[in-house]
Write a protein that binds this ligand. Sequence first.
Ligand code: PEP
Ligand code: MG
Length: 734
Amino acid sequence: MNVTMDLLHIVEQAHSLPRILDAAACVIAERLCVDVCLVFLLDEHGDLVRSAGDSSDASGRSERADAEAASIAAQVTAERRVATVRGERTSLLASPMLLRDSMVGALVLQSVVRRDFSAEDMGTLATICAQLVGIIENARIIDALDRGERPLPQAAPRPLSTESEDGERILSGVGASPGVAIGPAVFRGAYRLDLSARDLPAGESTTERARVRTAIEKTRNDLSRIQVAAAREIDEEHALIFASHLLLLNDPMLLENIDQKIGRGLSAPLAIDSALDEFETRLRLVPDAYIRERIDDVDDLRSRLLDHVLDSGSRARFGAGIVLTSRTPPSLVIELKAEGAQGLVTASGGATSHGVLLARAMGIPVVTGIADMLPSVRPGDWLIVDGTTGVVVVRPSKDTLARYEEEGRRAKRARTEHAKFRDILARTSDGVRVTLHANVGVASDLTIARENGAEGIGLYRTEFPFIVRDSFPTRAEQVRIYSKAYELFPDGPIYFRILDLGGDKFVAGGSIATARSAFHGYRSIRVLFDHPDVLRDQVQALALAAADRPLRILIPMVTSIEEIRRIRAIIGQALASLDGPRVQRAPEIGAMVEVPAAVELAADIAKEADFLSIGTNDLIQYTLVVDREDSRMTPMGDPYHPAILRMIARVAAAGRAAGKAVGVCGEIAVRSDVALALMALGVDSLSVVPTAIPELKQALAAARLEPMRRAMAGILTLSDARSVAAALREAQYA
Ligand code: PEP
Ligand code: MG
């Protein structure tokens, strides 16, 4: 169904907003076979008002039907996603209208016959909204100019939070890891604020000292329990994440300092706070990045001790809570998983930062970019975290809870449906196969990848064991870690990426400190060139783990063919110095294409490397100048940016010309429309987060590749992300 031409026709006929909306509403209602199409627009106060654009005969409409339409319009604009409900007498389908990231309004379809709208109807409506919203904005500007007014900024600003009469509050952020979690709020690292507001009188000094010792003991028990859980749930290597906390807890000087402060009349919490403050101040003065990085640990320890000494009992464990925090380091995600927490809300951190990727792999819903959580949420408040839409509902009403619970049941049913596709190979309905691999970073990902029917590991991120602990794993430890991949995927293929440290894969201090800034050039293989011993150990560990099975190595952040040659030489030397009959001599070495220079050189790199793997997370970051660690930098259109699609097309063509396989291992491949587009461009394999594999297989099985292939030449000429997104969707459902 192509409504685009109809919309174009309307625009040619009329430019006033009311006329355009009326005409569009009629066309949409007719094309989607519904009785009514209504347009709601956000006014300059942020209120949602029904605008011109009513396809109905207004005299025949009931108040009840109007209220149902208004209610679903409010719902989809708050949740920022398409929704369908069955009202008392009507069925409704609605979609938000978003211009880039700003909410413009909603389009509501209403049918007086009760019916179920299909996924295809939802997709069509979303596509229409994407097209209509640009027309609306342009018409608004022209209307304003015609009236002699200065046009308002493009769209009413997206309200960051809204509060309803019953105290429910909606906070909008970035949906970073999909899924819904419901539970009580548990703050992480917010105690300093609390403490300053509290009256904390000191008791007898012996009592206060005893409180301190009890808190230390309880904290030590908590940490030990988390370490054991991390080893069980994730893998042993991650169990050491609290080593520095434990060392500090055992420090007699720290305890002495706390005792002295109590002797001078301070209460236990204030003495702990002040002693750790002094410790932190001393750390800040040390000119060593590694030591200074321990400040985060001190802060965390302070928060844990105070939690026990104040006996709030609220955060001894995350339990089934929703954790609110300022950042998402991988170690926090590991702890969260080990403790059974349900979801995560953070102030910063982009949708492809490593902590978030880890959360996604582990199925933990995450919303990032919620800056105003402190004033809006109290510890213990009931929260709904919707990691799919980026919405956090604080103190939800009964109705909202019921709606999300129903949604949860529906999602569960959908997962059961997806699960039926686990064991089949990825194939479109017109019979075209694509190899579907998994991206993994920790041992537990491997199990999920296997259960979900991954054909292999397309990207094994080897950084986590190096990031989360204080010392690098030894060669023997690495052999043990990498061997697990072969245990679960004995026939492979497994594509191991050599260490990609730096930027968001930050390692503090030591001789191999890397910079946190994502755009800092000293990262990845450049760091390895300065530390060939680290690379040698890793390559030897990979070879020993592979034994006589094929070994495939990925080089990250390639910018030139010299780098590939240099790494190949180091790998060759590392393997030559290994003894034994089963030692690898000629692993396959692939180049990751994830910076614009590599796209320019794709043909040359394709000749030099054994295969290519396109890392779109970094390609988007470095091409579109968006920091993946920054939640403000996650516009919804990035994956559809025409520059990215054209770059992938060039790399796929270069690989084909050189007879080398090309895979895509960035996050964009989880979107079924993009996955189809990648197939149409001739990409041989896709590698995605393991939890997404069954759903992607199901979506591919429902689509045909041929229309996408036919549309691709035209799509590659489109020059804006919205048009690309609309065209991909249309080709997917054609
Ligand atoms: C990428 O950059 O797309 C990629 C797959 O690697 P990572 O996300 O680990 O940087
Ligand atoms: Mg990358």
